[in-house]
Write a new protein. Structure first.
Length: 416
């Protein structure tokens, strides 16, 4: 069934347009990654007739005209999207950026931004008449797919590298997925999952292979725009692994711009870990020819040596005149502490990486101190408790005795 608001799926490589069927993957002509395109006039009309401010739905589905789904049918059980945007004054003062905002996407149902994509994957799988979905993931796409599929009564096959943090693996098991831990890199994990998906014909939620996922992810930008009264910030910062998130963030702003709901586009701040930054390296060199790298960072969600969506990521960075920042693991852990201690936001390492990049960009003079910046926190810290403790340290520990407490305080110079 044709979607009322979608004109087709255009190949980012050869430019051909094909119908946006629910189970399309890559371009049938050349294998390139597809991009969903809309009729912006229809979107604008719909948004004018039924203003966002009058809508009840607080989830990502409140932006129905921007989404490639059949209007009818049931909405998912879990509430993906609708995360808060905080004016982070104390944290902003701390890093010398008074106009700082934090979009806390760790508050999604399975605690990462990936829920926006997985909610979409579940709907598209159902539209395609499928009951089993599979994916490979560094961890969050997996746990979010497992959760959203469980809520919809679908079964999941999940492939994650064995390094995935325990919190994410625990989520997978709890959501009833069939979980395969792969002893190897994310690249190895992706390869074996692709073979298995081919062999058993499951619905494919793999990043970049499924063009609808980015349409889910872009809702983070629709929310940011609405939460700021459709006045765009100067910059939006996000951490980058496969590149689907930054591509989705950019797609959201471009769709809003195309439909005439915003009158300018923000610049993106693309943040990677210096131990694994193939996309930023290519972007800095001004080339689309990225080179694989090792996966040397504690930020497991963005430890992606062979990115699956470099095309859309690199285009997003270049089209937005983006700022490119790489941060060390120490800088990521420092940002985790800053977000926690000055904004009350608990982020996993990759979740704090965008903010680490913002801080560094200010220090390096890459962005102006009076700029308005939205930093997206992409995942919650409880997913990776080991690295949280590593970043924040161990607490003091005493026997239940006042003398011990006094001694412990004195040893740390605490006056009480
Ligand atoms: C997946 C993920 C990212 C990066 O998204 P990509 O699409 O891989 O670039 C960033 N942070 C968290 C917490 C993630 O789970």
């Amino acid at each position: 069934m044709a979607l009322w608001n979608v004109t087709g799926a255009r190949c980012t490589a050869c430019g051909k347009v094909i119908p946006a069927e629910p189970d399309i993957t890559t371009c049938p002509h050349c294998g390139g990654i597809l991009d969903i395109e809309y009729d912006y006039d229809l979107i604008r009309e719909s948004a004018e007739k039924n203003p966002f401010s009058a809508r009840q739905d607080r989830s990502m589905w409140r932006y129905m005209e921007f989404l490639p789904v059949e209007g009818k049918g049931s909405r998912p059980l879990l509430r993906a999207g609708g995360s808060p945007l905080y004016r982070a004054e104390a944290l902003g003062r701390k890093i010398g950026l008074p106009n700082l905002w934090i979009k806390d996407d760790g508050q999604n149902p399975t605690a990462s931004l990936k829920d926006r994509a997985s909610a979409m994957a579940v709907i598209k799988a159902q539209e395609a008449g499928r009951t089993t979905i599979a994916c490979s993931s560094t961890g969050n796409a997996a746990s979010s797919l497992a959760g959203n599929a469980a809520a919809a009564g679908l079964s999941t096959y999940i492939f994650v590298p064995s390094r995935a943090p325990k919190g994410k693996v625990a989520q997978l098991m709890m959501f009833g997925a069939t979980v395969v831990l792969v002893e190897g890199s994310y690249e190895d994990t992706f390869r074996i999952s692709a073979e298995a998906i081919d062999r058993w014909g499951w619905y494919n939620r793999n990043a970049a292979i499924n063009p609808f996922l980015m349409e889910g992810k872009k809702t983070v930008s629709l929310e940011i725009a609405e939460q700021l009264g459709f006045v765009m910030p100067d910059y939006v910062a996000v951490s980058v692994g496969d590149g689907c998130t930054i591509g989705g963030v950019w797609k959201g702003f471009k769709d809003l711009y195309g439909a005439g709901l915003i009158d300018r586009l923000p610049r993106l701040i693309s943040v990677q870990a210096s131990g694994c930054c193939p996309i930023n390296t290519a972007a800095a060199a001004g080339t689309m020819d990225w080179v694989p790298q090792e996966e040397n960072t504690l930020a497991d969600s963005i430890a992606v040596g062979v990115p699956r969506n470099p095309v859309k990521a690199l285009r997003a960075i270049s089209e937005s005149n983006g700022v490119i920042v790489n941060v060390s693991d120490e800088e990521i852990m420092a940002a985790m502490r800053l977000l926690g201690a000055h904004a009350g936001v608990f982020a996993e390492p990759a979740g704090a990486t965008g903010t680490a990049g913002v801080k560094k960009a200010v220090e390096m003079g890459l962005i102006e101190e009076n700029a308005s910046v939205v930093s997206i926190v992409t995942g919650n810290g409880l997913k990776d408790v080991a690295n949280a403790i590593r970043a924040a340290g161990e607490p003091m520990s005493i026997k239940p005795d006042m003398d011990e407490l006094l001694a412990a305080f004195e040893a740390r110079g605490i006056k009480g």
